[in-house]
Design a protein around this ligand. Structure first.
Ligand code: PLP
Length: 351
């Protein structure tokens, strides 16, 4: 109590004990002491993921100091989940399929009633400049639009100014790190999101997190959501596709799932397998669990895994537990596409 009053009166507060009961000793920190603590915290977590640069519209610029990569507590995204996000892979100094991700980002913002303070071109420029400042050639760019800070009310008031955040994370290249021996998936027992929420890439990922934890706990790579009519939807951070008995590449329709940029690209790249006769066709359709489990091949599609073969779903082995040739061919096509730096999919950073 005494220490809190001292701070209000502007006295410099040393890290003495200000709350002392039998169990807890809590420090009251000055601004510079809090910053020192943040620096020490970041120093301690070195060696995990490396955060190279962050943009924040709150400070209107980019920082490369991980200790400063923080957002305000009263941001509506923090305490109400009122924010949307997206991710773009940085590969050999290019942003892969950036405009597709940016379009989905802005679509999600609009569906979440977040009206960004910047236009598309400005957001695009800020994001590219953040990657440039990071000097990162292989990694991930993550970005968020939020209703912004203002207060702790449920609906964002007129005090809220939408905020934009972005961070660049150093990652090993996905081109050499694919689990292409195939993975196991399970049917998720976590309830599927309602279509209105499944189609927005919002920060409300609690169901997705719980689904992934459930998969981890059962020794599986991912949980698969099935809708109330018994049709396959998606994974918690990936789309799903199959090669049917008729040798068609089939994907669940998009009304109840997130429209994946990887899936969209795979649909396009897969056309060459139809032309050379390896596939009979490509179709978006409802896929029942039975049909999925009896398919010739099953795969997960997403920025984090590219094209990942599934060899077991619950107790059922897909294609006798072997990685299918179409899945492998699609993975190779995506890798080639990423390396190609074609103007349609590769945005140069100009470091
Ligand atoms: C729920 C969900 N579905 C699908 C995807 C795949 O999308 P993308 O290919 O754009 O990474 C993601 C990825 O973030 C996701 O979170």
């Amino acid at each position: 109590m005494m220490a809190a009053r001292n701070l209000q009166q502007g006295f410099k507060q040393s890290p003495d004990l200000v709350c002392n009961n039998e169990k807890t000793d809590i420090l009251l920190l000055s601004y510079s002491e809090a910053i020192e603590k943040l620096k020490a915290f970041r120093e301690k977590s070195k060696g995990k993921q490396q955060y190279l640069a962050m943009y924040s519209s709150i400070f209107g610029g980019i920082t490369t100091d991980p200790a400063a990569m923080v957002i305000p507590m009263d941001d509506h995204m923090v305490h109400r989940g009122h924010g949307v996000f997206d991710t773009t892979t940085i590969i050999e100094g290019y942003l892969y399929d950036f405009d597709e991700h940016l379009d989905r980002f802005l679509r999600s913002a609009s569906m979440a009633k977040i009206n960004p303070s910047f236009d598309r071109e400005t957001i695009r420029r800020i994001l590219i400049q953040t990657v440039k400042a990071s000097n990162c050639r292989e990694g991930t760019l993550r970005y968020w639009l939020s209703a912004g800070p203002g207060d702790f009310e449920l609906s964002p008031s007129s005090f809220h100014q939408p905020s934009l955040y972005a961070i660049v994370i150093q990652n090993p290249s996905l081109l050499h790190n694919n689990p292409n021996n195939g993975v196991k998936v399970i049917t998720s027992s976590v309830p599927i999101k309602a279509p209105q929420f499944a189609t927005i890439k919002s920060v409300n990922y609690l169901p997705n997190v719980l689904s992934k934890i459930e998969a981890d706990e059962s020794g599986a790579f991912a949980g698969i959501w099935v809708d109330e009519d018994g049709f396959v939807a998606e994974g918690a951070s990936m789309n799903v596709a199959f090669v049917s008995k008729e040798r068609e590449l089939v994907m669940p329709r998009g009304k109840k799932i997130l429209c994946g940029c990887t899936a969209k690209r795979v649909l396009r790249l897969g056309e060459c397998l139809v032309r050379d006769g390896r596939l009979k066709g490509i179709r978006l359709k409802d896929v029942s669990v039975k049909e999925g489990k009896e398919s010739q091949e099953m795969m997960l599609l997403g920025s984090g895994v590219l094209v990942c073969p599934v060899v077991q779903w619950d107790d059922h082995f897909i294609a006798n537990g072997n990685v299918g040739s179409i899945t492998q061919a699609l993975l190779n096509l995506v890798i080639e596409d990423m390396k190609s730096a074609l103007p349609s999919v590769g945005t140069p950073v100009h470091y």
